[in-house]
Design a binder for this molecule. Structure first.
Ligand code: ADP
Ligand code: XUL
Length: 537
């Protein structure tokens, strides 16, 4: 890092994360110490919008939306809370952010004018109420677009062809398929739409007072972008909806500065008028930055509401069956690969409630009462439709060591089976998209559980390290604010490893039991066969 790009000790960097359930702020010092955090919860802090878990689930069982005006109001509320806490906005050199991936914000022809004219005397939401051409934004939990996915795959030559082009086969939640559905069902709203933003680029737009471009990492979650050259693909756009290119606007690298903070925030909150806004990106790309995954082999597992596994790659191997490839948000020449398993913590909780009366300690004792490998018993637990592997009809499937169906397991077998099969499945599918962990970092709510960590470490046969903070998306946004600031000052891409050189080391939280690790490696083929026997992919 050169002296010119070196932040001064007084400087601060702000990361925002607009997730499904709320908006968070994480502020770091130039030494990467977290100096301030604040949060807004959509359901409890903004009850007027009537969301549950930040979303509206529609009666058809597949449509899930959120009101974009709620996201606008949440920014107002978050900044006001920071102001009440006495936060010194004038020290913030740059801001970046993270958004739940795939969700779209539909802006009409009045949006640019309204964003440019933001008045510091009035709330954001009172000024931006009329800028939306679609008032219910589809979000990542929406699965209403099977027909549109089929149409895209047919037009482009099949699932593998779509994956080779866009980094993922056609997925229901991916924005292009959502756009195709809205263009078909709401043609007037579509034609009134001037620009379609992602949740991430929309939040950046609010800060710069103009429409911010989509970054290439989050843009890859749309089934519309050529993930290798980072340009919108003409054939994908043409199949999706008419005249789409103009509505998508340009794409920028994730480290790009997209503007400076709008004067309204300078007057209202005391921001430095030169405070930079670095492109916002998806929450998973931000988590990759927040967990500092830099080399191929650096892999993170997030045990949250859903379980995700992601890592950095230099060679991309997109799969027509599973996983996603996105451009890497902090290394423009590299990629990231990601696997999402919907049945994560909530599935573990279901089993815990059934076998251990809702108590994690009892659940842990049950797991520990049986040896690794569960004497050959294996269970597959899909309480909800599964993304990886694809399972449309939920169900629970139990097998003995010969692969014969078993009606029921003992409580201890059940507790061990869910952990082993979830983690074996993560490893199997990670390997299928080219991710072979060397350095394994764990994060997310379940990473406090020692038995879960021990099992995970043995299944992967690797030491397991824990990040210091579990909200890696907003932390990653703050790190990316530093990185973008440095790239801007250097007029070049600063290696992220240089940016993060002084960041604290991780803590080792588990080491594999060597004999268990061998056993797990041998059972990957068995798990693969059992999954194939019950899934749709
Ligand atoms: P999100 O993905 O929504 O941000 P979190 O990362 O906060 O979710 O994880 C929440 C989950 O963490 C809960 O659903 C819960 O099952 C899990 N969790 C919390 N404590 C424990 C524990 N002691 N053992 C296992 N899981 C836990
Ligand atoms: C990723 C995905 C989710 C959302 C949640 O593909 O759909 O992880 O990003 O915020």
């Amino acid at each position: 890092m050169t002296a010119k790009t070196d932040p001064s000790l007084n400087d601060l960097f702000l990361g925002l994360d607009l997730s499904t359930q709320g908006l968070k702020a994480t502020v770091v010092s130039p030494e990467f110490e977290v100096v301030y955090e604040a949060a807004v919860n959509f359901d409890t802090d903004l009850p007027g919008y009537g969301t549950e878990g930040g979303a509206h689930r529609h009666a058809d069982g597949v449509t899930v939306t959120s009101p974009p005006l709620m996201w606008v109001e949440s920014l107002d509320l978050l900044l006001s809370r920071m102001q009440s806490d006495g936060f010194d906005f004038s020290r913030v050199k740059s801001i970046s952010g993270s958004g739940q991936q795939h969700g779209s914000v539909w802006l009409n022809k009045s949006a640019v004018g309204a964003l440019k004219a933001l008045d510091p005397e009035r709330s954001l939401h009172s000024q931006l109420r009329s800028i939306f051409s679609v008032e219910a934004s589809p979000i990542w939990m929406d699965s209403s677009t099977r027909a549109e996915c089929d149409a895209l795959e047919t037009a482009l030559g099949g699932a593998q062809a779509v994956a080779d082009l866009t980094g993922s086969r056609a997925y229901e939640r991916f924005t292009g398929n959502q756009i195709a559905r809205i263009a078909r069902l709401q043609p007037d709203a579509y034609s009134e739409t001037e620009r379609i933003s992602l949740v991430s680029s929309f939040m950046a737009s609010l800060l710069i007072g103009d429409i911010a471009p989509i970054d290439a990492s989050d843009g890859a979650g749309m089934n519309l972008m050529n993930f290798r050259d980072k340009e919108w693909d003409a054939a994908a756009m043409e199949t999706t909806a008419p005249g789409l290119k103009a509505k998508l606007g340009p794409l920028v690298p994730s480290h790009a500065v997209v503007g400076t903070i709008h004067s309204g925030y300078v007057q209202r909150f005391g921001f430095d008028p030169e405070c930079l806004v670095v492109a916002f990106s998806g929450d998973n790309p931000n988590s990759l930055a927040g967990l500092r995954l830099q080399q191929p082999g650096d892999v993170a597992i997030s045990l949250g509401t859903s379980d995700t596994l992601f890592g950095s790659l230099t060679q991309a191997m997109p799969s027509g069956c599973e996983g996603h490839i996105f451009p890497n948000p902090v290394a423009p020449e590299a990629y990231m690969a990601m696997i999402v398993r919907q049945n994560g913590s909530l599935a573990r909780e279901r089993v815990r409630d059934e076998v251990a009366g809702g108590d994690w300690k009892t659940f842990e004792s049950l797991v520990e009462s049986l040896p690794p490998g569960n004497d050959g018993y294996l269970g597959l637990y899909y309480f909800e439709p599964e993304i990886t592997p694809p399972v449309v009809s939920p169900g629970i499937f139990r097998f003995d060591s010969a692969g014969n169906s078993v009606e029921a397991f003992s409580p201890a077998q059940e507790a061990r089976a869910i952990l082993e099969s979830q983690f074996l499945s993560l490893r199997l599918h990670a390997e299928q998209v080219g991710l072979r962990p060397e350095n394994l970092v764990v994060t997310g709510g379940a990473s406090v559980n020692a038995v879960i960590l021990q099992t995970l470490s043995s299944v992967f046969g690797k030491d397991l390290y824990a990040a210091e903070k579990s909200d890696s998306a907003s932390l990653g946004a703050a790190y990316r604010a530093v990185h973008g600031f440095q790239c801007h000052a250097a007029h070049d891409v600063v290696p992220f490893s240089e940016t993060m050189a002084s960041a604290p080391a991780y803590r080792k939280v588990a080491s594999p039991d060597p004999s268990a690790a061998d056993l797990y490696t041998q059972s990957l083929g068995f798990l693969n066969r059992l999954e194939k026997s019950v899934t749709n992919g």
